[in-house]
Design a binder for this molecule. Structure first.
Ligand code: FMN
Length: 265
């Protein structure tokens, strides 16, 4: 049985070119409402969303997020933040630190697990917004490169210590003039869906991991990789690339910043 929700989810694809049409405030309201109705750990909403409407900020993001000019042209850009700052400040506002001390407990500042929980919250809210957008003809694209250049993004958006920019979403009305695009294939389900226990694969299986992607990309035409094979090609483009090195540096800096206040631990 297929219904409209399944159809929307099964047909979604990333959209990087948008109609020259603003997103109405009613539609924006719907999208933010759907994000806020997403499940959230402990109902604490450990995330914040910054609607980036200032063109200067969008222009800068198009550069700092690995030079992707379409960010500057997206009618709606939303920065999703894993946010433990608000709850931590809330606890302090109620003097939970004094309460903890009085009760012989160590008052702790947000740690790595708290960050990951907040990351979960932020991404679940983001994906709810994506699905809601699709349902009203608005396409979207994630920008993972927001995790790069932590120091600059922190300054651009005045991010306090316990806030981490986990993803950026670009939204815009889908261009109806565009031909329906072939969907990018996914890995064969056997590689990602297991039952009861994790499954490891041997080299003989792993060399076929990207078969469908490769077929889609080259549509049956033989292709010779400069690097010798698709594995080395992907390693070079996706893992050893400058943006990937910068992302890891930036996240390390963000984690050090998150953890540096040892007084409270
Ligand atoms: C965490 C994450 C980060 C991504 N970052 C980028 C990005 O920086 N730029 C971009 O054009 N697409 C980005 N994408 C979109 C992916 O490239 C896209 O989802 C993938 O190629 C599959 O295509 P599809 O969404 O059309 O099925 C990102 C997607 C995710 C989930």
């Amino acid at each position: 049985m297929i219904n409209r929700t399944l159809e929307i989810m099964l047909n979604r694809h990333s959209v990087r070119k948008y109609a020259d049409q603003p997103i109405s405030s009613d539609d924006k309201h719907r999208l933010f409402n759907c994000a806020m109705r997403a499940p959230t750990a402990g109902n604490l909403m450990l995330y914040s969303m910054i609607e980036v409407s200032d063109q200067k900020l969008k222009d800068r993001l198009a550069v700092t997020c690995d030079n992707q000019p379409f960010i500057a042209k997206a009618p709606l850009v939303v920065l999703f933040l894993a946010d433990y700052q608000r709850m931590f400040d809330y606890y302090l506002a109620f003097e939970a630190d004094k309460w903890a001390e009085k009760n012989g407990m160590k008052f702790r500042s947000p740690e790595e697990g708290d960050l990951l929980l907040a990351v979960n919250d932020a991404l679940i809210a983001a994906q709810s917004m994506v699905t809601a957008a699709e349902s009203i003809g608005i396409g979207s694209c994630y920008i993972g490169d927001i995790m790069e250049n932590f120091e600059e993004h922190r300054d651009m958006f005045n991010l306090p210590r316990y806030v981490f920019p986990i993803t950026l979403l670009c939204f815009g009305h889908i261009l109806h003039s565009e031909k329906p695009r072939r969907q990018i294939p996914r890995l064969d389900e056997k590689f990602v869906h297991f039952e009861n226990t994790y499954k490891s694969f041997d080299d003989a299986d792993l060399v076929h991991l990207m078969d469908k992607t490769e077929e889609w990309q080259y549509q049956g035409r033989p292709h010779v990789y400069e690097e010798g094979n698709i594995g080395c090609n992907l390693y070079k483009r996706k893992y050893a690339a400058d943006y990937s090195i910068e992302m890891n540096r930036s996240v390390r800096a963000a984690l050090e910043n998150w953890k540096k206040d040892k007084n409270l631990q």
